[in-house]
Design a protein around this ligand. Structure first.
Ligand SMILES: [Mg+2]
Length: 180
């Protein structure tokens, strides 16, 4: 019997894929519920400017937890929310605590012109197959990942006005089925 392959990683951004923050302010997408949250990074960024952060409006779709758990992946947070994704976002979606990619730095310019997360994601994945959903990939990210990551990778862009759709779930399912 061949040994079963470990599941690929699914790296999850919060703002964009799970929270369609760019949808029109008065048109909450269907199926979503509204939350007010104070993630640590948001508070810290305001504090650095001597300001007090007001709670963020966050839209979440409670069906997304089950849909994500139904995918043949190991789920991982790849978001500026870091551990707050486990304490604030996961319970609203019915997700268990997930591993968190901890960014050594955030929002910086990268010398290769790639997204600030990309280099660290590739280091973190250490050659394991991964699909990554985010709303901020640039032109250079896919090529850079192909050159620097030893395993297969899918960088899947999600529209931050819409969030994850059935079509996105189909793409992710399909990609994983070709890796196992
Ligand atoms: Mg995002």
């Amino acid at each position: 019997m061949p040994t079963p392959q470990p599941r690929p990683l699914l790296l999850l951004d919060v703002d964009g894929p799970l929270n369609p923050y760019a949808a029109k302010a008065h048109r909450r997408p269907r199926g979503y519920t509204t939350h007010r949250m104070l993630p640590g990074d948001w508070v810290a960024r305001h504090a650095a400017r001597g300001e007090r952060a007001r709670p963020l409006r966050v839209w979440l779709n409670p069906d997304h937890g089950a849909a994500l758990l139904g995918l043949p992946y190991e789920l991982v947070w790849a978001t500026t929310w870091m551990h707050d994704a486990n304490t604030l976002i996961a319970p609203q979606l019915g997700l268990p605590g997930l591993p968190v990619i901890e960014w050594p730095r955030m929002f910086h310019d990268d010398v290769d012109g790639i997204h600030w997360k990309t280099r660290h994601v590739v280091d973190w994945a250490a050659g394991r197959p991964f699909a990554w959903v985010d709303d901020e990939f640039g032109e250079r990210d896919p090529g850079w990942v192909r050159e620097h990551h030893a395993g297969p990778a899918l960088l899947h862009h999600v529209d931050p006005r819409v969030g994850l759709t059935d079509r996105d779930f189909d793409v992710l399912k399909d990609w994983a089925s070709h890796r196992m």
